[in-house]
Write a protein that binds this ligand. Sequence first.
Ligand code: AMP
Length: 453
Amino acid sequence: MSDFQSLGLSNTLLRAVEAEGYTTPTPVQQQSIPPLLEGRDVLGVAQTGTGKTAAFALPVLQIMNRKKPQGKRFIRALILSPTRELAAQIDERFAAYSEHMDLRHRVIFGGVNQNPQVRALQKGLDILVATPGRLLDLIGQGHIDITRVEFFVLDEADRMLDMGFIRDIEKVIKLLPKQRQNLLFSATMPKSIAKLAGTFLNNAVMVDVSPKEMTVDRIEQKIMFLRKADKRRLLVQLIKEERVKCGIVFTRTKHGANRLVKQLDQSNIAAAAIHGNKSQGARTKALAGFKNGNIPILVATDIASRGIDVDGITHVFNYDLPNEPESYVHRIGRTARAGRSGIAYAFCDDTESGYLVGIQQLIGKEIPVNSNHPFHFIGAIPKPGQKPGKIKEKSGAKKRPRNNNRNQQNRGRSNRNSDAQNKPRRGGDSKNSNPRRNRNQRGNHGGNNSNRD
Ligand code: AMP
């Protein structure tokens, strides 16, 4: 099978796919679309960037369009997504693919006023894309009925569990009708996901698109060893030397992202931060500026970056190495999308070499070292036989002779509590995930932006 026609898609969808410029289905599309069209459940191991949205959206749209119920519209397809950005992008894809169909879709998520969402729901919808907290909130208020859902899609299931959404997901599943088609997509397949899949998928077809193959091949990866205090200068140097027009920089903390944006600004590099402490408006504005080319550099934390789907990102900078090796794969997958190539730099200081060991174990190869820069520091290179994980900072580390940088490091340390590890605690944004408390505490307006991205 080499084209979309052979997958059994209708002419209406073929037109939409053609308008998007897709010529060849991606592996996850080739493997998922036919069984989904036959009505089977699918368990897909695929990350963002593999074309998985079309893999589930196209067959769902085709079946929904085939038999349309009479009377007022009701929610027939429910797509759950962990983050607002990803939810919005899924909805955008539904808009593109259903252009020639009379199917109404809408995205809802927390952190924004709920009233426009409620109005759209009242008019009637066929497809709802939602983050779990806001979905349960509006179900609790009686604005959403999911008892007639025919298609249930759980996207980025591993991230959902990481973010503490498991109880919310269980609550949602309990409210769904027994008879329905299920799809679960996850970038990784740890035991917890297999267990969750077992609770609601029926005789599912398993589709596995290994992230290792896709990342290692097309993306040029480089590791640079250096001191923490030199990271900013190396970043500025690379951005300027390589005239980066569309690059994303990953920091471990929200505070680190904010600080770096200011520092880049001082070096005349326009950048914007995107993370969970930014208001939805600020995040949308930053992403829009990045997409239209006005802001060449986006500084992001891991969770906020999920679902950033911008074609043409040429550079990914791992300014801080992630403490979860899988995040490295997700991060570098922001570049080399839609068949293009890209470069991913990783900065490793002497407290991060254990993380590097973990990353190299996961991707199954050593990342080539680039020591051809003024800040190369052999003290950051992993020791032979070093185990994955973090190396403890030596007790004397604070007394480093680099006086000019000490204040900066200490500032970073004292602020660490405010944004911890960028990984929300279980139930971290429980405001969003507890309908009753939500209503009591915030009225109907969704309140402040949450910490959970
Ligand atoms: P996703 O993994 O769903 O986030 O998709 C990643 C990107 O690939 C999106 O920008 C899609 O528009 C694009 N895409 C999806 N399917 C194809 C395809 N068959 N050919 C080219 N691009 C595609």
